[in-house]
Design a protein around this ligand. Structure first.
Ligand SMILES: [Zn+2]
Length: 177
């Protein structure tokens, strides 16, 4: 393993041999793929990485030299940050800034921890709502929670895309999702 330093940038986009976006990995991991000839760099980031024997530009996008068959992932991981990103950091009840996660049908009453039942909410609404359902309070949700879809979501999750990745990710799809 090459000793690569410094750790620059947040990550690199990995494309399959067919240019299909696969995932985001650390810059270090991307550099190792390039140095071991498992991938070629198709877009440079900023700065240089230095190992004992090599210096190479920080990779921003790399393409695998051999096609890998990847099981198609249809589910986007459910995480706090991903929920906030889906709901645009807005409370689904009052549209104010969200800082908490609410289970629409309360967990204490058997509500599931799933994309369809979790929403971003402000602390005030969350506290007022307590163990009640929106219907019991006469509240309505501004948007109905669904699992995010689309290639960009699958590849990026809650990450903000690097502008250098735009050519390979259909980001309009991400906005529509
Ligand atoms: Zn609210």
């Amino acid at each position: 393993m090459p000793d690569i330093r410094p750790m620059v940038g947040s990550g690199a986009l990995v494309l399959n041999a067919t240019y299909e976006p696969l995932c985001v990995v650390s810059v270090r991991r991307a550099a190792i793929l390039v140095l071991s000839a498992k991938a070629v760099c198709v877009a440079d980031g900023e700065g240089m990485l230095h190992s004992a024997r090599n210096a190479l530009p920080v990779p921003s996008v790399v393409r695998l030299t051999r096609f890998v068959r990847v099981p198609y992932r249809t589910h986007v991981g459910l995480s706090r940050r991903a929920i906030f990103a889906r709901d645009n950091w807005r409370c689904v009840y009052c549209r104010g800034p969200a800082e908490t996660i609410d289970h629409v049908f309360p967990r204490s009453r058997g509500g599931r921890h799933a994309w369809e039942n979790v929403v971003a909410a402000c602390a005030k609404c969350n506290h007022t709502k307590g163990d009640k359902t929106p219907a019991e309070l006469g509240w309505r949700l501004h948007t109905l929670p669904t699992a995010p879809k689309g290639m960009a979501w699958r590849v990026l999750g809650h990450r903000a895309p690097d502008p250098r990745w735009a050519d390979w990710l259909d980001l309009r799809e991400a906005e529509a999702a």
